[in-house]
Design a protein around this ligand. Structure first.
Ligand code: 5GP
Ligand code: ZN
Length: 117
């Protein structure tokens, strides 16, 4: 997608702090962290919603989740982390390219997400 910020990050057209990349996904630091450690695991294929996924997308997203778990220690999330996927208006999704938030590096409270300040 031409106007998608995450597609541009994936293509290297917008700079980001990339911590991991393979054929399927990238892991970057969130530009506006909501916890001590806040990463985004972004599948390279552009789609907005879980409901738009093909069967292959589901397999690929499962592999992205598996990789996020495997990277936890490297990312400093060895004590645990919260995995969030915002979907649509009510969840305040702001970038319409499906992505997973990985939040941690501190003891998280129920209300931490989107309410850090
Ligand atoms: P959403 O609200 O759609 O679930 O999450 C979008 C996330 O992307 C937000 O946490 C926001 O801070 C992050 N974000 C938006 N633009 C950029 C960017 O250009 N670079 C990085 N690293 N993160 C971004
Ligand atoms: Zn995109």
């Amino acid at each position: 997608m031409n106007d998608c910020v995450f597609c541009k990050i994936i293509k290297g057209e917008i700079p980001s702090e990339k911590l991991y990349e393979d054929d399927l996904m990238v892991v970057i630091k969130d530009i506006c962290p909501k916890a001590e450690k806040h990463y985004l695991a972004i599948p390279k294929k552009h789609f907005k919603l879980l409901s738009e996924m093909t069967a292959q997308d589901a397999v690929d997203l499962g592999n992205c989740m598996k990789k996020a778990g495997e990277l936890a220690e490297t990312l400093g999330l060895q004590n645990g982390f919260r995995l969030i996927i915002n979907q649509g208006e009510d969840a305040d999704q702001t970038v319409f390219h499906l992505h997973m938030h990985l939040l941690g590096g501190q003891k998280l409270q129920e209300t931490d997400y989107k309410n850090k300040d």
